[in-house]
Design a protein around this ligand. Structure first.
Ligand SMILES: C[C@@H](C(=O)O)C(=O)SCCNC(=O)CCNC(=O)[C@H](O)C(C)(C)COP(=O)(O)OP(=O)(O)OC[C@H]1O[C@@H](n2cnc3c(N)ncnc32)[C@H](O)[C@@H]1OP(=O)(O)O
Length: 146
C-alpha cells in the first residue's frame, strides 16, 4: 500500500464558528496571518475564508479555512448546534480526485458524494464520512488547474 497516486499534502484544516470575520481578525491581529481568499458556497451553506501564515502560498503550504454557516440548517450550522466552535474537518489535496475516489472505494472507504462537488476556488471536492475516517471528517480536494 503506498500513497504515490493519492494525496500530495494537507491542503487545509477547517475551523467552524458562528462569525468568520471575528475569527479572521483574531488570526490577523494575534498571529499576523493573511486572508488569501473568501467566498460563499451556497450548495454547502458556508462562508469560507482561507487564511495562511504568508501573504502568498508556496506549493504545499497548509491553510486554515474559517467556516461560518450561511443558514442554520446547513451542515456547519447543525454541527455548531452540537459542538463548540472548533476543528471541523481536514482536507487532503490530490491531483486527480476521480482516480483517488475509485481507489478509496475499492479499499472500502465510504465517500459522501457519488460525484465530486464544487469547492473553494473552483476546486472539486468530496468527503470521507467520519465513520470511515476514524472519527474525522476528511475532505478530498483537487484544486483547479490554473
Ligand atoms: C466549501 C468546501 C471547501 O473546502 O471547498 C467545504 O469545506 S464545505 C464544509 C461544509 N460541508 C460539509 O461538511 C459537507 C460534508 N459533511 C456532511 O455532509 C455532514 O456533516 C456529515 C459528515 C454527513 C455528518 O452529518 P450529520 O451529523 O447530519 O450526520 P449523522 O447524523 O449521520 O452523523 C454521523 C456521525 O458523524 C459525526 N460527525 C458529524 N460531523 C462531524 C465532523 N465534522 N467531524 C467528525 N464527526 C462528525 C456525528 O457526530 C455522528 O457521530 P455519532 O454517530 O458517533 O454521534
Amino acid at each position: 500500500m503506498d500513497n504515490s497516486d493519492l494525496f500530495t499534502c494537507i491542503d487545509h484544516v477547517a475551523y467552524a464558528c458562528p462569525d468568520a470575520d471575528e475569527a479572521v481578525a483574531y488570526y490577523q491581529e494575534t498571529f499576523g496571518w493573511h486572508e488569501l481568499h473568501r467566498e460563499s458556497n451556497d450548495e454547502q451553506g458556508v462562508l469560507e475564508v482561507m487564511v495562511a501564515p504568508a501573504g502568498e502560498l508556496t506549493e504545499h503550504m497548509t491553510q486554515i479555512q474559517i467556516l461560518a454557516p450561511l443558514r442554520p440548517d446547513s451542515t456547519v450550522g447543525k454541527w455548531l448546534e452540537n459542538n463548540r466552535p472548533g476543528l471541523h474537518h481536514m482536507a487532503w489535496r490530490t491531483d486527480d480526485i476521480d482516480t483517488v475516489s475509485a481507489t478509496l472505494r475499492s479499499r472500502g472507504v465510504r465517500l459522501l458524494y457519488d460525484e465530486p462537488k464544487h469547492g473553494t476556488h473552483n476546486s472539486r471536492i468530496n468527503f470521507i464520512h467520519p465513520k470511515s475516517g476514524k472519527g474525522v471528517l476528511i475532505e478530498i480536494v483537487e484544486p483547479a488547474k490554473h
